[in-house]
Design a protein around this ligand. Structure first.
Ligand SMILES: Cc1ncc(COP(=O)(O)O)c(C=O)c1O
Length: 416
């Protein structure tokens, strides 16, 4: 039999007794609950005689009622207003980025990205060559803006038109970053918006973890603080020099279910208008139309708000266990970690000359533990002494066992 192509095919590495800590997806317990919510949502669609409507080609940015349900959900989850008319339903965040790159740019144009960044983005930008990828270092409060501006100054002159209003793109994950877990400071967000306007660049923010803050709200037991404000909100329409340079590229993959393949853009009006005239829209009409109706019903019922609250509680517990296990076992050897306050990932830095590829080989062989090697999260292959661990897929006991196994392997190599 051929080898599985990924972790999910044929159960791949997701076998009992294996700890596949590279998997950035919700776990089976979470999806079981989602299956029930979507079942109820489906019944409601039927009762309202809107099931058939959802099976037709549809309104390009998404039906009013669907966009309204998403806007209300995000307003509750962000603690900040989200306008229905700023939303455009997509087939998820990966598709969302690719559509924007192809719609606005050519293969000769540049896309700047954090170093490290989302591993699949890093791998694909080199392989697919949809645009030319340029890594920019990231600090604990966001991108190194000095380096970014130096690069922006070197951009070739481009004739801008209403169809092609940007000279380059910047791809960011400003909230609960994948893989470092960091969030951008308000100061960096303000400066980024200014740079985007000055150099006419489009900033695409993968906002897929933004509602998954697990920073405790000390004033209300059991509650969590909102995640920091998304970059899109810093691009104020009332500013005299507003042009509309930021897109929030959201997804339901991490908070509802990846298999739905549904997300949204929160975008400037000129972007929403422009996208209605692309091939996908003209030929394909509304994206993921049936799923969007189903998800909207679930959002209206409040079940997804409750689900997100449950995820935050569980993720906090799992992240705390992962952090304390690494610190108790490895701090004395100079291994350091980030301390994320939301999202899926823990970023582990091994001593300088240690290679995570070797650790992966050993941990797979001895402990059935796998993870993402740090260099995969870099367009230029940096971070070979880093490890990305995901805390979202497994329940807390398995997170503990998996991370303990990994620590044993690292310790044995360090003590050699
Ligand atoms: C930053 C980031 N963007 C996009 C995705 C994928 O989103 P989607 O499943 O909606 O395509 C992921 C999943 O790991 C991610 O971490």
């Amino acid at each position: 039999m051929a080898h599985p192509l990924n972790d999910f095919e044929d159960n791949g590495l997701l076998k009992p007794g294996h700890y596949s800590l590279q998997v950035g997806a919700p776990g089976p317990e979470s999806l079981k609950k989602i299956a029930d919510y979507l079942d109820d949502a489906s019944k409601k669609l039927r009762e309202q005689h809107r099931f058939e409507e959802s099976l037709q080609y549809g309104v390009v940015p998404g039906t009013h009622s669907v966009r309204e349900a998403i806007a209300q959900f995000l307003t509750r989850q962000y603690g900040q207003p989200v306008e229905r008319d700023d939303l455009f339903v997509t087939s998820g965040a990966s598709s969302g980025v690719e559509v924007l790159m192809k719609h606005y740019f050519t293969q000769e144009q540049y896309i700047f990205a954090e170093n490290p960044t989302y591993p699949v983005f890093a791998m694909s930008i080199n392989k697919d060559q949809v645009m030319k990828g340029v890594p920019i270092p990231i600090e604990s409060d966001g991108l190194n803006l000095k380096v970014l501006e130096e690069k922006l100054k070197e951009l070739p002159e481009t004739k801008l038109t209403p169809r092609r209003p940007f000279r380059a793109a910047v791809y960011l994950i400003p909230t609960h970053h994948n893989p470092t877990g960091c969030c951008y400071s308000p100061e960096k967000c303000n400066k980024l918006v200014k740079l985007a306007r000055k150099y006419d660049v489009l900033i695409i923010c993968d906002d897929v973890y933004n509602v998954l803050s697990y920073k405790a709200d000390v004033s209300v037991p059991g509650k969590f603080e909102y995640s920091p404000q998304r970059l899109f909100a810093y691009d104020r329409k009332t500013d005299p020099d507003y042009k509309g340079n930021i897109i929030s590229n959201g997804s339901f993959a991490k908070i509802v279910a990846p298999g739905l393949r549904m997300g949204w853009y929160e975008a400037p009006t000129h972007v929403i208008t422009s996208l209605q005239d692309c091939y996908l829209a003209n030929s394909g009409s509304g994206q993921t139309y049936y799923v969007a109706h189903l998800v909207a019903e679930a959002l209206k019922s409040g079940s997804i708000d409750n689900h997100v609250q449950m995820l935050r509680t569980k993720h906090k517990e799992r992240m705390d266990v992962a952090i304390s296990t690494v610190e108790e076992n490895l701090s004395k050897y100079g291994v350091t970690i980030t301390h994320p306050e939301g999202g899926y990932f823990l970023w582990v830095k091994l001593p300088e000359n240690m290679d995570s590829a070797k650790i992966l080989e050993l941990s797979k062989e001895r402990e059935n533990v796998t993870f993402v090697k740090g260099n995969l999260a870099s367009i230029c292959g940096d971070f070979s002494n880093h490890i990305r661990l995901c805390i979202a897929y497994y329940e807390v006991d398995d997170i503990r066992k998996g991370v303990e196994g990994l620590c044993r392997v690292i310790k044995s190599v360090l003590e050699k």
